[in-house]
Design a binder for this molecule. Structure first.
Ligand SMILES: [Zn+2]
Ligand SMILES: [Zn+2]
Length: 321
């Protein structure tokens, strides 16, 4: 197996794409392919300031690296979720990455900002941990973007992530979830644009980039992820991919190009301002504020919070790195 570009011994075989590359040409190819995805979907303007949501995992750190190399003003945002040692190590790895490259890192500590981290939220919100966590991430990341004057947020979601979400949404069909999924979600009042420059890369391709670049990332998965449905969906799709290279990409792109536009032709959802925080929602009070109201009610009942404690929707941001 040899590199398609230089004919030297190949380091990465891209079966789904029908070629292989050596280290140097793989690193080149990966960055250029990201640039192509960004241009094709008009995700970012050249040199634009972009908020990169970084967990400390391989995908988000690779994304931060590539966006920085492509000349974007990429500022990192790390959300401290309070999930024990896992969250501590996530922050450490992310901070080390920022420090070594002289990149700006913003940090929001969920427990400091709102009183409770994900473990307590799972007890108090009536939601399971991953649901409360996902809701918190989406909300706080958008809030920091809007308050910080960022037009756009980039996340490290890869092909496996996106294909698994699509697969899940087809197994439990919900039309609005199918309509909303995509590599670019345009900005709206109170909502920063959201882009996923890695959505065409398989998890393995991103990992190869991260390893070949020598990026130090947190290997361990979130302890709450064990048994998550998304892992089952990924396993099923990878089973197909093994026998049919390229199946995952055809699945996702076929949906985005040919099926989703017809769903979107139906009426667009109207957004209004949350009565509590002013951020976009389809109801009167947004699901983030409703979650925290429920958490505070239960926490007071269990005497985990004083009676006079009040939930404030705006999270303080610390500047590190
Ligand atoms: Zn080569
Ligand atoms: Zn709200």
């Amino acid at each position: 197996m040899v590199c398609k570009v230089c004919g030297e011994k190949a380091q990465v075989e891209l079966r789904a794409r029908g070629f292989a590359l050596c280290k140097a040409h793989y690193l080149d190819w990966f960055v250029k392919e990201t640039e192509r995805a960004i241009r094709r979907h008009r995700m970012l303007q050249p040199g634009e300031r972009v908020l990169v949501a970084v967990s400390g995992g391989k995908d988000s750190l690779a994304l931060w690296d590539v966006l920085h190399r492509l000349g974007y003003q990429a500022v990192g945002l790390h959300l401290q979720l309070g999930i024990g040692a896992y969250s501590e190590r996530s922050l450490e790895v992310t901070q080390a990455f920022a420090r070594e490259r002289g990149l700006e890192l913003l940090v929001v500590d969920l427990r400091q900002a709102y009183g409770f981290g994900v473990p307590e939220l799972a007890q108090l919100s009536g939601r399971v941990a991953c649901s409360a966590c996902g809701l918190s991430k989406r909300y706080v990341i958008n809030q920091v973007a809007v308050e910080g004057g960022f037009r756009v947020v980039a996340t490290g979601h890869n092909l496996d992530d996106e294909a698994a979400v699509l697969f899940g949404n087809l197994l439990n069909p919900q039309e609005d979830a199918l309509t909303r999924q995509g590599p670019v979600l345009p900005e709206r009042p109170g909502l920063a644009a959201r882009v996923k420059p890695f959505y065409r890369f398989s998890e393995r391709e991103v990992l190869s980039y991260t390893l070949l670049r020598g990026i130090r990332y947190l290997h361990e998965e979130c302890p709450n992820a064990k048994g998550a449905k998304s892992l089952l969906y990924k396993e099923a799709l990878n089973l197909v991919e093994r026998e049919m290279p390229g199946a995952k990409l055809r699945f996702l792109e076929g949906f985005l190009d040919r099926i989703q536009p017809r769903l979107q032709a139906a009426e667009e959802v109207q957004l209004r301002e949350c009565e509590r925080c002013g951020y976009p929602t389809t109801g009167a009070v947004c699901s983030f504020c409703r979650m925290w109201d429920a958490v505070y009610r239960r926490a007071k009942k269990r005497r985990l919070l004083p009676e006079e404690a009040e939930f404030h929707p705006l999270a303080p941001v610390a500047r590190l790195g």
